[in-house]
Design a protein around this ligand. Structure first.
Ligand SMILES: [Mg+2]
Length: 414
């Protein structure tokens, strides 16, 4: 009988190159932070996870790791109980941080699923209930961007700040990866310009489902004024303004579904959201909902209450992409194409190099567990990046100030 008890849990912070992409919070820094989690069983099977690279998450996982020794990789309740004790009770400075607990659980939980799958010869998609779709469709995730990072030469995408350049960016995404749906990250330029960008995308790609995500960057009255242009143009409107209350005002005035990855991000947000009919689409994200099991639970809640379901993304590499693909392939009611930042990245931390999209979709990786193995040379190189770049958290506002001195984060801005 295979020994499924945990012998060791390790977390390695990494940093990888990221282009100067713009959003309501500012500009992406030259390096994005991430972490790689390894859960090793008594038999030496290693399960992998990938999560955020912020200091608080890394400290919390490292503090929890000794408590996991001897626990079965199947014991998700045991993981939650230990994380609750360690993260909420025993982490000086972090007590009561509601957001940290599910992030810590998720970071370890994915690696536990991977270890279980690798130890027993089963794919994670099968452990999560079985594969319901052959391939998982992703969307083209468009950003406005500067030509290059402050003080550095232009990258090969160049500056994208106009509708024409946005269409060029979309064309390159679609020609390279075959995406069908198009999402525009917004909340940074004046809203009329951003909607003009969407209208240019509609003219260039008449069949593509479109979305826009201002990240809460618009006032309620701004969103209401723009509704006549957005209706019939977008499949959903993502986080147009701040909070459940504000977005409920907008949802009451339109049939376009509102979507969120900002204001319904924990189970406790679901009852007020349903009571106020603020968001009709939830963008799930296993990295902050508490892992793959919690995300499957969320999908069931969405099914029961008639909410749409899609998937949110941050800058990430292949372990996360594999986990997202297994989860999406095991989720019957995934009603929209998933988001991913992956095409903006050039680095990879798994063996075999970068994933390739076919017709905008990914097949579930072959092999047991998540179907990916760690490239240890790449891990060492990306960890060295982390040490060299000196970041401890993401800071889009100060990066933006290098391009536009005096720029200040504002939400809503317009
Ligand atoms: Mg969003």
């Amino acid at each position: 009988m295979t020994d499924l008890r945990i012998a060791d849990c390790r977390i390695t912070p990494i940093a990888f190159y990221d282009p100067p992409l713009l959003n309501n919070g500012g500009c992406h820094q030259p390096f994005a932070l991430r972490s790689v989690i390894e859960v090793e069983t008594e038999d030496g099977v290693i399960g992998l996870g990938e999560s955020y690279g912020t200091r608080s998450l890394i400290d919390a996982v490292a503090a929890l790791a000794p408590d996991l020794r001897g626990m079965a990789v199947t014991d998700l309740n045991g993981l939650w109980a230990r994380a609750r004790t360690r993260v909420q009770g025993g982490m000086p400075g972090y007590t009561g941080d509601e957001r940290l607990l599910p992030r810590v659980v998720s970071a370890v939980e994915v690696a536990m699923w991977d270890a279980l799958g690798k130890a027993t010869g089963q794919r994670v998609v099968d452990l999560l209930g079985g594969q319901v779709r052959e391939t998982v469709p992703f969307s083209a995730y468009l950003f406005y961007k500067f030509a290059g990072h402050a003080g550095q030469p232009a990258d090969d995408w160049g500056e994208v700040l106009s509708p024409e350049r946005l269409v060029d960016e979309a064309r390159r995404f679609i020609e390279t990866h075959g995406f069908r749906a198009i999402k525009l990250k917004a909340g940074i330029l004046p809203p009329e310009e951003e909607v003009a960008g969407l209208e240019a995308l509609r003219a260039a790609f008449p069949e593509a489902p479109l979305r826009i995500d201002p990240n809460g960057g618009w006032h309620v009255h701004t969103a209401l004024d723009l509704l006549p242009r957005l209706e019939g143009l977008v499949e959903y409107l993502e986080d147009p303004t701040v909070g459940i209350d504000g977005n409920a005002v907008i949802q009451a005035r339109t049939d376009v579904p509102l979507a969120t990855n900002m204001y319904v991000v924990a189970q406790s947000h679901l009852p007020p959201n349903m009571a106020q009919d603020a968001f009709r689409v939830i963008l799930s994200d296993h990295h902050y909902w508490g892992g793959l099991k919690a995300s499957r639970d969320l999908a069931e809640i969405c099914r029961i209450w008639g909410l749409g379901l899609s998937m949110h993304s941050n800058s990430h590499l292949g372990i996360s992409l594999a986990a997202m693909t297994h989860l999406a392939a095991a989720t019957p009611n995934l009603t929209y194409d998933c988001d991913t930042h992956y095409p903006w990245q050039v680095d990879e931390v798994v063996e075999g190099g970068r994933f390739e999209f076919r017709d905008g979709s990914l097949s579930v990786p072959e092999g047991p567990g998540l179907g990916v193995t760690l490239d240890r040379d790449a891990l060492a190189r990306l960890h060295q990046n982390y040490l060299d770049c000196g970041y401890t958290h993401r800071d889009d506002e100060s990066e933006m100030q290098k391009h536009q001195p005096g720029w200040r984060f504002q939400r809503p801005r317009y």
